[in-house]
Design a protein around this ligand. Structure first.
Ligand code: NZQ
Ligand code: ZN
Length: 389
């Protein structure tokens, strides 16, 4: 491993069935005013809302709610939440939901005491917070983003058609605690479950497909991918397979809690392409990634051939005897495609609402990252998007 890094992850996790029993002791560390943040109502249907409210009441907290945080939370919703959290004088932001709700809570945490326009400061100028940061805690209900243990927060400006993620440098933006009970993810519709699985897989790929040195992070990444392939196949057979769902939840956290990025330049171009598609279509995050992945990886494969060959052999068990490196690498991607089809992932952006007329606009919205095997030019971005149609 040739890279240099500092590593710290301050999020305290409580994992497993009944993890909510740790909520009272976590709540006791913060002041009286809790802002409870949740999405469009799934937590009311599956009973999680009632359990959380009961604990908050028993803990003597004053609760203010921000409900209706949508998938791909918007700038407008953020601005609405800033006013609510300010009025409540929030001591803790408690997110109960998936990545969108957790991301939203983090974006809010750096905005409540910010005197400038939060979107412009954090998402257009990519500045770091200089104000007080309100602590965030998460009760996770969907496995995928890793938001429960990282400092990322993705917000969409639907008018400007920009979906932008800011991974904050400050550890204070990471959730102070996260409660991960795999049974809380059981009520997820199949579509969301598989989208989450692909999001996890792609987070690992984004970090794995960079660098040429022998790096421990890559060996960990391969282990995580193998575990995910195994669990995902079990979970699509039986969505109530606790062991599989529990492994998926744990893999999601480790896929994007900064560990496997250590010593890596990291790629993130599938996410940049997917986010631009998301800004135009408001489609489910994991599906936008699935829809652009194969054209992207087939495009960059020649520039990172060694790693794609290793991926084929170590993740997909491709037999390399008597084959060229290119053939092995191609068979790896073909095996990945087969698995994506088994899961029933969306593999075309046209299935998500994108069309030919949008291509130029989507290409404009793609941020170009420089850490992967090939820095894409505009022509290549357009070509990949067209192949994804
Ligand atoms: O809103 P509700 O009613 O809660 O329904 C949600 C939503 O419709 C539903 N859901 C969640 N848990 C459920 C459930 N339905 C039934 N039972 C449950 N237990 O699922 C739908 C999707 O939820 P969402 O939170 O949007 O999904 P996800 O966790 O995939 O989060 C997506 C957001 O995270 C961002 C994405 O860009 C997107 O905005 N990301 C955040 C990252 C980070 N912080 O590091 C990295 C990721 O790459 C990603 O970009
Ligand atoms: Zn993602």
């Amino acid at each position: 491993m040739l890279g240099e890094f500092s590593y710290c992850n301050p999020t305290k996790l409580h994992f497993g069935k009944g993890a909510l029993r740790f909520l009272p002791s976590e709540l006791a560390k913060y002041g009286k005013s809790v802002v409870l943040i949740y999405g469009g109502g799934s937590i009311k249907k599956n009973g999680i809302y009632e359990q959380v409210i009961e604990i908050l009441n028993k803990s003597g907290k004053t609760v203010t709610e921000i409900a209706g945080v949508m998938p791909n939370p918007t700038r407008k919703k953020l601005e609405e939440g800033i006013e609510i959290a300010r009025r409540a004088n929030a001591d803790l932001l408690l997110a109960v939901g998936g990545g969108s709700v957790c991301d939203y809570a983090k974006a809010l945490s750096v905005s409540v005491h910010c005197k400038e326009d939060a979107w412009e400061k954090y998402y257009l100028r990519f500045e770091e917070p200089s104000c007080e940061i309100v602590p965030v805690g998460c009760v996770l209900t969907m496995a995928g983003t890793g938001s429960e243990m990282n400092a990322g927060a993705v917000i969409t400006d639907s008018d400007a058609k920009l979906k932008i993620g800011h991974v904050f440098a400050s550890e204070s933006v990471m959730p102070r605690f996260s409660l991960l009970d795999p049974t809380f993810t059981m009520s997820l519709p199949r579509y969301q479950m598989v989208a989450g699985i692909y999001d996890i897989f792609n987070h690992i790929c984004e970090q794995y497909f960079s660098g040429e040195d022998d790096n421990t992070s890559d060996y960990i990444a391969e282990g995580l991918m193998r575990s995910l392939l195994h669990s995902s196949r079990a979970a699509i057979k039986d969505m109530h397979d606790y062991e599989a769902r529990s492994n998926i939840m744990w893999t999601a956290t480790w896929a994007l809690n900064t560990l496997i990025a250590c010593g890596k330049s990291t790629d993130w171009m599938v996410h940049m392409l997917g986010q631009a598609v998301g800004a135009y279509t408001d489609a489910t995050h994991g599906m936008t990634l699935a829809a652009v992945s194969l054209p992207y990886y087939r495009h960059i494969m020649p520039y990172g051939l060694e790693k794609f060959k290793r991926f084929a052999v170590n993740v997909w068990d491709i037999d390399q005897a008597g084959k060229s490196d290119e053939q092995v690498a191609k068979e790896g991607l073909a095996a990945m495609e087969k698995w994506m089809n088994e899961l029933g992932l969306v593999t075309k952006i046209s299935s998500l609402g994108a069309n030919e007329e949008m291509i130029e606009g989507i290409a404009d919205a793609v941020l170009v990252m420089k850490g992967g095997y090939k820095v894409l030019d505009r022509g290549e971005i357009v070509e990949i998007l067209k192949e994804s149609l």
